[in-house]
Design a binder for this molecule. Sequence first.
Ligand SMILES: [Zn+2]
Length: 245
Amino acid sequence: MPLITEEAIVLARYPFREKSAVVVFLCQERGVIRAVVRQSRGKGGGAALEPLARVKVTLFCSPRRELAIVNEVVLEHSVLDLAARPQAWVAALVAAELVLELCPPGTSQETFFRLLQKTVVWLEAGVAPHLAVPYVMAWSLKLAGVLPQPTECAVCGQSLLDLGAWWVQGLGFCCRQHGTGGVSLRPHSYRFLVEALRKPLDALAFSPGPELLCVLQKLVEHFLEKPLRSLHVFRQLMTQEGSSC
Ligand SMILES: [Zn+2]
């Protein structure tokens, strides 16, 4: 079996048989790889196998096996500090779950890798979780090819940049005339969305209202045909700030 070494971010970890676990890695070059780690052998583990840890992992991979085998894992960046801040921690988990759900295994996902890596860095640097979550959702939808064009009305094509936008499920972003019955995005929410797709998170000038998160949640869950679990936890944590749909 060929041995490969990759820079990777841990996306998730599940118990697997007795004294083993399946760890899902987002590798910088090879994308999502699921691998078995035999915890009893003492070949790395602990903080290096916790979600969102950045690691250098050496794997036995075989095209005939669904699961790779972890040979060695070295922790490069621990996220223990982030784990001590519940809202920031869950915001980062939303990013990890989006990658897990949207990236098919075995395909290079370097843009998703950079998005996840940067999201963790921004949250560690103190960027507000209520900005990070819609940012990472908008980008994940864009990278997955399922974010409708936000700058032009989906029906008549006129520019929305100076008019604001209405979200109509099944249509996309619309002008006032064609957005009847849809969700009206407040000007600062709409500007946040448009800027988010052009700039890094720590350079954004606008703060979105809760309706943007609702729109992005509907888009993601409609596409996945199931709830995004970490997002529901995030909403519960943020409820005191009035962010429920
Ligand atoms: Zn229109």
